[in-house]
Design a protein around this ligand. Structure first.
Ligand SMILES: [Cu+2]
Length: 68
């Protein structure tokens, strides 16, 4: 299991948090995702055999929240 913390500056409220978490959580292989709109950090735990970090970043960017 891989754990990563992504900086996602566009998050600003609870709605952003829900959007980011549902976009990332919809990916097979993502076992947990927690977005904090205060710190702008998204913590993700994922199975690197099922999903790549690039795919996670792509899903967030598609939802309107690119990671830096
Ligand atoms: Cu928001």
């Amino acid at each position: 299991m891989q754990h990563v913390a992504l900086n996602v500056p566009k998050m600003s409220c609870g709605h952003c948090k829900m959007t980011v978490e549902s976009a990332g959580g919809a990916l097979a292989g993502v076992s947990s995702i927690n977005a904090d709109p205060q710190t702008k950090v998204v913590e993700v735990a994922y199975d690197e055999g099922a999903v790549t970090l690039e795919e996670i970043k792509q899903a967030l960017a598609t939802a309107g929240y690119p990671a830096e």
